[in-house]
Design a protein. Structure first.
Length: 412
């Protein structure tokens, strides 16, 4: 084709494309053909709940109240729905998800009464209602469904619920189900809750390294969650309950995690560990965690007073008496709780008397008994004597031997 013909042909083609649009201008346009199925009410509403929960997992506190109101509205819609509302599998799944998300079992009473669910799914519905209603034995029998065979939305909720139910009997299986819940619902409140619960179970298995690893994942992914502060408190309780910070090495496993948390959260953990270590007599761990907590504590605050107290209690036996007294004097007693004031009183009482000799009367009776026993049984084996009498017996024997040698050497 000759080059000069191309511009006119292109213009004609463009005019042909524009003609239908110009011809229909002003007339009513036909509705576009939908490319997806019609909206499904319950599944759409539960999807909105999950979006609100995702916002909660990222720290949006306003979403918490919105989610509660949305759940109430969904419950009312489910309770008032007619049987034909549950013809689609997506709608039935949404009802089960509603229950596993904390919905009210009473809202499905009519569904159960009418048998709106097909036989293969009735136990799933009843089991979810039993789980939410606290009937765990019933729920465990009914929820024998494979989460991987369900939709992602239902499967993640089901895996989490089943993990809760099997934990008393099979903690290892519960951990596997929690891992599955996290894989099926990444970034959601289900993953956040599964991580928190998994950390508790791993702590029960006395694995500080695994606890620290999972806790770090939690902080990296959900450090802004509205439940994050409670999580740090729970983590401190887990570390104390399962003795996960018994050594400086164990405490060091949590350092990377604490570096990612907010200063006040890290102090909560460190002060809890420090106090527990003081009570257990692990003064190296107590001092280290108290000193770390003191670095971010505001001057004159309760946290600073606690950090000072635990630190001086851990170190005063190795300090000069004047230094220990000065360190105790720097602790703000008025900032301490009654239990910590009791610790202060006990520690200062010991410090004031650490160089005092025990009363002689405490030993006179034992010495008298040992002397009488030695006098009555001069041939009593040394192993059966108390240490003081045995030492005296050995010294006396050595002196007698020495005198015999001297006498022999000096005799004519």
């Amino acid at each position: 084709m000759r080059r000069w013909l191309i511009p006119p042909l292109l213009a004609l083609a463009l005019a042909a494309l524009a003609a239908p649009a110009l011809a229909g201008e002003g007339a009513s346009k036909p509705a576009p053909t939908p490319i997806i199925a019609p909206p499904t009410p319950f599944s759409d509403m539960m999807l909105e709940v999950q979006r609100l929960q995702a916002r909660m997992a990222q720290g949006d506190r306003a979403a918490y109240q919105e989610q509660r109101e949305k759940m109430r509205a969904i419950g009312a819609e489910i309770a008032a729905a007619r049987p034909d509302a549950f013809k689609l599998k997506a709608e039935r799944d949404a009802v089960v998800v509603y229950l596993l998300s904390g919905g009210q079992p009473r809202d499905i009473a009519k569904i159960l009464e009418r048998d709106d669910f097909p036989p293969a799914e009735r136990d799933l519905l009843r089991g979810a209602a039993g789980y939410t209603g606290g009937r765990e034995t019933e729920a465990e029998k009914l929820l024998s469904y494979d989460p991987r065979a369900q939709s992602l939305r239902l499967g993640s909720q089901l895996a989490y619920a089943e993990s809760v139910l099997v934990t008393p009997k099979d903690p290892r299986k519960a951990l596997d189900l929690l891992d599955l819940a996290r894989l099926l619902a990444p970034g959601t409140l289900i993953e956040e809750a599964a991580l928190r619960r998994e950390i508790l179970l791993v702590g029960d298995l006395r694995n500080p390294g695994r606890v620290a690893f999972l806790a770090r994942q939690y902080v990296e992914r959900f450090g802004k969650s509205i439940y994050a502060s409670d999580f740090v408190h729970s983590l401190a309780a887990i570390a104390i309950r399962f003795d996960l910070c018994a050594t400086l090495s164990d405490l060091g496993k949590f350092s990377a995690l604490l570096a990612l948390t907010r200063p006040e959260q890290a102090r909560t953990f460190l002060l809890a560990v420090s106090r527990d270590s003081v009570l257990r007599g692990r003064f190296d761990v107590a001092a280290k965690s108290a000193q770390e907590a003191a670095r971010t504590a505001a001057p004159g605050s309760v946290d600073e007073a606690r950090a000072r107290l635990y630190d001086v209690i851990s170190r005063f036996p190795k300090m000069a008496e004047s230094d220990a007294q000065a360190a105790f004097a720097r602790v703000a007693l008025d900032k301490l709780a009654s239990t910590d004031r009791a610790l202060y009183s006990a520690a200062t009482w010991v410090d004031a008397r650490r160089n005092d000799l025990p009363p002689l009367a405490d030993y006179e009776e034992s010495w008298r008994e040992a002397a009488v026993a030695a006098a009555r049984s001069p041939d009593l084996p040394l192993a059966k004597l108390d240490p003081v009498t045995a030492t005296i017996r050995r010294a006396d024997a050595a002196l007698n031997a020495g005198e015999a040698i001297v006498a022999k050497e000096t005799s004519p």
